[in-house]
Ligand binder design. Structure first.
Ligand SMILES: Cc1cc2nc3c(=O)[nH]c(=O)nc-3n(C[C@H](O)[C@H](O)[C@H](O)COP(=O)(O)OP(=O)(O)OC[C@H]3O[C@@H](n4cnc5c(N)ncnc54)[C@H](O)[C@@H]3O)c2cc1C
Length: 486
């Protein structure tokens, strides 16, 4: 059969029946056209705002398939996108008309409990890795929602309940296997291709397709003290004052996430608050449980909580507590900044915007990340932002396309109103589809972006991996240094 694909330059590329057949011959995994049954489900990503149709989807079963996909796309100058977990809000995993290289069949995890290292294939979700590492009472530094892909999260930075103790996820990566734009298979680590290793720890999908990651593991659980406490929306100010006190000087074993939203009909929340505004704090204390209980006892005395499910529970359960709030297939739009602290003024603004929320699924979320990441050198990895203490994520989520405008506007308004409290930085993995060069620069800062752009020229001079948040943006010329006067 003849196939038409979008080319790297945006024009159309005709793939003859013979060439298509030879791709199918050299490829071990399924090669899917829009006529094949699984195509429709696979082209859809987590965010239903993204509605693109790749011309072909190739499902890789190993590194050799990734190499074949890259060679094919390079030879025919076809646009590619790389899908691992498919959770990127901007839908970077799926390109219109091009070749989607799907990694999601690659879900192997191997744990070395003695060396405390896990090797995980790029199609793993966070849950896949936690499940295997927790068998040994160990954990990698991953994110908060178990269905998220490890690959996009790690190459963009990554933060979660263990970040305060150990840094960005990418700061804990020891090595990666990577297929570069010329189809070579390289190992990237501190000792091998160290510049590529640096670039891939935050520089996103610009440099190659990672087929597996080696993570440093840390002793965690298997039980931790964690869960959530919720209050009525009327108590939000008091709750956030307590959140500020709790997080100020809290030991790194404690990570807490404060949320303003409408109460969902979740079994842990009493029926009388369903559909009404609430403030909730999710906590995970991964150290000594008794110390955790003492720390949280003050929080439990704030106002009159309507629900309290903080208890000893498996770490893997904690890692999926937020899953139900973020299902695949709803419409999502996020705006986000890093904050150096949570000031009473910023909280007041957030509470006011929470009062104007347009959908029962939307939320304003504060994550504390302060700790180990602040102690590493500014350019330790491109994830950078070593001055960030919190992330605010304004997450609009709704069901009907007709409601797009009001929900997007709500998130944008709240973002603009809180902008002056930002460090100026933002998280590359939270950037939406329309956020371009200025926001990419905000995510990296000028000097890291320039270093990434130079490495892009070395590892991907043709911008083969262009369907991502591109670091090869044209930067204004660096001003000449001022002449020194004697
Ligand atoms: C519900 C939800 C919860 C989240 N929670 C967190 C969180 O707690 N912490 C956090 O840090 N982030 C979080 N994120 C953001 C998350 O890090 C990004 O969405 C990330 O892109 C997800 O990775 P993925 O593999 O699913 O991405 P995909 O959508 O599959 O891919 C996104 C992009 O990543 C790059 N990429 C993907 N696979 C590879 C690969 N194998 N090699 C090289 N580049 C690749 C490509 O540029 C690709 O286009 C969350 C996102 C969602 C939707």
């Amino acid at each position: 059969m003849k196939v038409e694909l979008t080319g790297m330059d945006g024009g159309m590329v005709d793939i003859s029946p013979e060439v298509f057949q030879s791709l199918k011959t050299v490829f071990r995994g399924p090669v899917l056209t829009p006529d094949d049954a699984p195509y429709e489900e696979l082209r859809k990503v987590w965010n239903a705002m993204i509605d693109r149709r790749p011309g072909l989807i190739v499902r890789c079963t190993g590194t050799a398939d990734v190499v074949q996909a890259v060679r094919f796309a390079r030879e025919h100058r076809v646009l590619v996108s790389v899908r691992s977990g498919g959770h990127n809000i901007a839908g970077l995993a799926v390109c219109e008309g091009g070749l989607m290289i799907d990694m999601s069949l690659l879900r192997g995890v191997w744990v070395d409990p003695v060396q405390r290292v896990a090797r995980a294939q790029a199609g793993c979700t966070l849950g896949d890795v936690d499940r295997e590492t927790q068998l040994h009472g160990l954990a990698a530094v991953l994110g908060f929602v178990s269905a998220t892909g490890i690959a996009g999260l790690t190459v963009g930075g990554g933060f979660g309940y263990l970040t305060r103790r150990h840094g960005w996820t990418c700061d804990t990566v020891l090595a990666m296997e990577v297929v570069t734009s010329d189809g070579k298979v390289l190992r990237a680590s501190a000792g091998e291709n160290s510049d590529l290793y640096w670039a891939l720890r935050g520089g996103g999908g610009n440099f190659g397709i990672v087929t597996s990651f080696e993570y440093r593991l840390f002793p965690v659980g298997p039980e931790i003290l964690g869960g959530a406490i919720a209050w009525r929306g009327e108590d939000a100010k008091q709750v956030f004052d307590a959140y500020r006190e709790l997080t100020d000087g809290a030991p790194r074993e404690l990570t807490s996430v404060a949320v303003l939203r409408i109460a969902p009909p979740a079994p842990w929340l009493p029926k009388e608050v369903h559909g009404k505004p609430i403030a909730a704090i999710f906590v995970c204390h991964s150290g000594d449980t008794e110390e955790g209980e003492v720390l949280l006892s003050r929080l439990r005395k704030v106002g009159q909580p309507v629900a309290d499910i903080v208890t000893r529970r498996p770490y893997t359960q904690m890692q999926s507590l937020l899953d139900a709030t973020q299902p695949k297939g709803r419409r999502y739009y996020w705006k986000s900044h890093y904050l150096a602290g949570v000031s009473p003024e910023a909280i007041e603004i957030a509470i006011a915007h929470a009062g104007r929320i347009r959908s029962p699924h939307s939320a304003i979320i504060f994550f504390q990340i302060q700790g180990a990441l602040n102690e590493l050198p500014a350019d330790h990895s491109p994830a950078g932002n070593r001055d960030a203490a919190y992330v605010i994520n304004i997450t609009a989520s709704w069901e009907k396309p007709d409601d797009d405008d009001i929900n997007v506007r709500w998130a944008q308004d709240c973002f603009e109103a809180t902008r002056s409290y930002s460090t100026g930085g933002t998280y590359i993995n939270f950037l939406t589809e329309e956020e371009g060069a200025d926001r990419i620069e905000a995510a990296y800062g000028r000097s890291i972006l320039q270093r990434l752009a130079a490495l892009k020229r070395k590892y991907d001079p043709d911008d083969f991996f262009r369907h991502t948040k591109r670091v090869s943006v044209t930067l204004p010329a660096t001003p000449a240094p001022c002449p020194t006067t004697a």
